[in-house]
Design a protein around this ligand. Structure first.
Ligand SMILES: *Cc1c(COP(=O)(O)O)cnc(C)c1O
Length: 360
């Protein structure tokens, strides 16, 4: 069986050494030494000034919305994981969906201004599959209309624009370190900001709003993560280059073998390099996609319709109508298996099967 993804697992000895320290210290959570160490190493690895290790990527988004004190309408993308949208609603704001660009599959920045009203407070955009949004254009619009910007960078670990971490854009960027993501700590997330004042707000929010044992600075939540998760992150971080290299190798093999396959890949930002988080393809129509899915399934191979269905029409708590491109693309996009232990031979087999469906 070939699933769409499998988490990278570090050698057990690497994790055991870190567990040994946890047992000795008996310090299990609440900004422990491993969590601090992970934060320090990630700042250095990513080239960002401030970041906080939090419970997960969803709490990271909710903390970001809270820290910026957002109210009213938030402009966002319909082509993302549900957590981007649910976080906006959970924080009492109204998502206003702007269609995506059918080439990059990111929010179409040329359509943002038309959606701005007197009630708009922010833009929450996703770097879909790790492919950076047009951050310069979005920043310009945000400045002009005095809007805050949050990037859901859950897919974008390690991505840079002209050598600068993608996490350095927007007022706050968030990342997910969930087991299915490129770099993971089992469960986990990051909030990243360049602004020391925002960092302070976020740090308090992560810890129930506490400013001292008996004093409070703001409305907080429990956004802390444990030493066990930090240990998994630390163990994995030592292998991030190997993870990157293997995924690059597999991606290039897919590219080569699928040259004649009728599908396109999202157009990547011109000043950025891929992080190989996913291998998404957009097929010509849904019928062809369903045939491919069925034939792969017969051979015990499972990709994922990611993101499908498009959000506004599928969420029972929203009344929004579907948007043209997001709806169309979500019906024919498919992520092929991509993970560290996948082999070149398996990629070859997947490609052979896909081409067989096309040629039938
Ligand atoms: C995974 C994901 C999230 C949620 O992250 P969790 O760590 O699972 O809470 C949010 N947004 C996007 C785009 C994601 O892919």
């Amino acid at each position: 069986m070939i699933p769409v993804t499998l988490p990278f697992i570090p050698p057990k000895e690497d994790y055991d050494i870190l567990l040994h320290g946890i047992w000795k210290r008996q310090w299990l959570t609440n900004m422990g030494p491993l969590a601090s160490d992970l934060e320090m190493k990630l700042k250095e690895h990513l080239g960002v000034e401030h970041l906080l290790f939090v419970t997960n990527g969803t709490i990271a988004l909710q903390m970001a919305i809270k820290a910026l004190n957002l109210k009213g309408e938030i402009i966002t993308t319909p082509f993302t994981y549900v957590a981007t949208t649910s976080s906006i609603v959970w924080e009492g704001c109204t998502p206003v969906f702007v269609d995506i660009d059918p080439k990059s599959l990111n929010i179409d920045h040329t359509k943002i201004e038309a959606a701005i009203t007197a009630n708009t407070s922010a833009i929450v955009a996703t770097h879909v599959y790790g492919n950076p949004c047009d951050v310069m254009a979005i920043e310009k619009i945000a400045k002009k209309h005095k809007l805050k910007v949050i990037y859901d960078a859950a897919h974008a670990f390690g991505v840079e624009i002209n050598g600068n971490s993608i996490f350095n854009y927007g007022d706050i960027s968030t990342c997910s370190l969930h087991a299915t993501k490129l770099f993971h700590s089992g469960e986990g997330g990051l909030v990243i900001t360049k602004e020391p004042k925002l960092l302070k707000e976020l740090a308090h929010i992560r810890n129930f709003g506490h400013s001292g044992p008996e004093t409070f600075h703001n409305l907080g939540i429990n956004g802390k993560n444990s030493e066990f998760h930090a240990a998994m992150g630390l163990a994995n971080l030592n292998y991030i280059q190997a993870i990157h290299d293997k995924r690059k190798l597999l991606t290039e093999r897919y590219d080569e073998k699928l040259k004649t396959f009728k599908a396109f890949k999202p157009l990547w930002h011109k000043d950025s390099k891929a992080n190989y988080a996913y291998y998404p393809i957009v097929l010509e129509n849904e019928g062809f996609l369903l045939k491919c899915i069925d034939f792969l399934k017969l051979n015990e191979i499972f990709g994922r319709r990611y993101f499908y269905p498009s959000l506004p029409s599928s969420l029972p708590y929203l009344k929004s109508k579907p948007l043209q491109w997001a709806d169309d693309i979500s019906k024919r996009v498919f992520c092929l298996p991509l993970y560290f232990n996948l082999t070149l031979e398996e990629v070859d087999m997947i490609c052979r099967l896909l081409l067989r469906v096309q040629n039938n």
